[in-house]
Design a protein around this ligand. Structure first.
Ligand code: FMN
Length: 371
């Protein structure tokens, strides 16, 4: 019965909603999706329908990461829901966890629009949002309240980033103070925290994707009592492995339990795109590099870090490849936009079959099988 409903949901999205949304400008489609998702989240009947269509549960999917039990390894990556307006819908879609934000010390209006372009032939988006969000004073409370409401079932993470303005960019000390402010506001109020050091669309670039600055930032954050809430660092993708490993070596010395691999791609090599389009790539264009860095991190750092893998996950096979490369949790953002809300159930269903095929009793047995 659930499969029939899922079939209808998939078709309704692929044949009805997606063609309409993809005919409108991506910024407008994104805003509509957030408004509709927020409104639908207040209608118990729609949520129950979504929950029913997306219901896929199995002990094989249960996983422990960073000392937390997840009902499945699939989570929403940072960025889709910066102001935490979709929590009820995401919960009904069956996510094991959801990351809200990135949020920043002060409200940010972000970069001038347009924020998005679609690259249909690459199954990718060009993203140029620049961390537009309501700021931690408002969003911190919202995310904490969603963590209280849904955290038992769907773990809630807050992603914090440096405010995208001149004040937080004039010196490293100001930038660290901005992160510290957000961390103090959110510490202990969600199931885990993600530290975004790799947003490519902001003032002064990514100062903390540099080992010395990252060390300074993490040393300050270590002083804040997070009340045992674990933290992951959202890694940049446009690094050589040697540069990436240097960052991991710094992170390994601090109170950090996981790394999220990885953020948007900046490298435009081989991609047909006008120079006038500003922004960085998501989706399938991030898939291979993310898998490569997951595998290398797993091989070199073993169980020092839980690995959260994201980048180009649209199918169960994609998620499984990240797990077999070494990821314990898998996230997606673009997959939800390209495939619709039932993609979470499709991936979970497919993962159960893939685990069965390969003789694994659960996800944890498959982690790193190809590393
Ligand atoms: C619309 C959009 C907004 C994003 N905003 C953020 C953000 O605020 N913080 C962040 O850490 N990553 C952000 N990202 C990057 C994603 O979390 C992810 O790293 C990247 O898109 C690759 O995953 P995907 O292929 O599943 O989209 C954003 C991505 C997209 C598509």
């Amino acid at each position: 019965m659930h499969r029939i409903f899922r079939f209808f949901t998939r078709n309704a999205f692929m044949r009805g909603v997606k063609p309409i949304m993809f005919r409108s400008k991506p910024d407008a489609a994104h805003d509509t999706m957030l408004k509709f998702g927020n409104a639908a989240g207040k209608v118990p009947f729609l949520l129950a329908l979504l929950r029913f269509a997306c219901k896929v549960e199995s002990d094989a999917l249960k996983v422990n990461a960073m000392g937390i039990e997840y009902k499945n390894p699939i989570g929403l990556g940072a960025g889709l829901d910066k102001n935490a307006v979709l929590a009820a819908c995401l919960h009904s879609c069956g996510f094991g966890h959801a990351t809200f934000g990135s949020i920043t010390g002060r409200k940010s209006v972000g970069n001038p629009r347009p924020w998005f372009h679609r690259l249909l032939k690459y199954y990718a988006l060009v993203v140029h949002v620049g961390l537009a969000n309501e700021g931690v004073d408002i969003n911190g409370d919202k995310i904490a309240s969603e963590a209280e409401k849904f955290g038992e079932d769907m773990k809630v993470a807050a992603s914090i980033a440096r405010t995208n303005d001149k004040e937080a960019s004039s010196s490293i000390d100001d930038a660290i103070a901005d992160y510290v402010y957000s961390m103090r506001k959110i510490a202990g109020r969600t199931q885990f925290i993600e530290l975004n050091i790799s947003c490519p669309n902001t003032y002064n670039g990514e100062p903390f994707a540099n080992p010395e600055n990252l060390d300074l930032l993490l040393a300050e954050l270590d002083k804040i009592d997070r009340k045992n809430v674990p933290m992951t660092v959202k890694m940049p993708s446009d690094k050589t492995w040697e540069e990436f490993r240097e960052l991991l070596n710094v992170i390994a010395r601090h109170d950090i339990q996981a790394v999220t691999i990885a953020n948007l791609r900046k490298d435009r090599t081989g991609i047909e795109i006008s120079d006038e389009i500003e922004g960085n790539f998501s989706g399938a264009l991030t898939y291979a590099k993310s898998n490569d860095f997951i595998r290398r991190t797993y091989n070199e750092f073993g169980d020092r870090f839980v690995i959260i893998g994201l980048g180009g996950v649209m199918t169960a096979e994609h998620a499984y490849a990240k797990i077999r490369a070494g990821a314990t949790l898998v996230e997606l953002v673009s997959g939800l936009m390209f495939k619709g809300p039932q993609v979470v159930a499709d991936i979970k269903f497919g993962l159960i079959k893939l685990l069965e095929r390969d003789g694994f009793a659960n996800i944890e047995e498959a982690v790193g099988a190809d590393a």
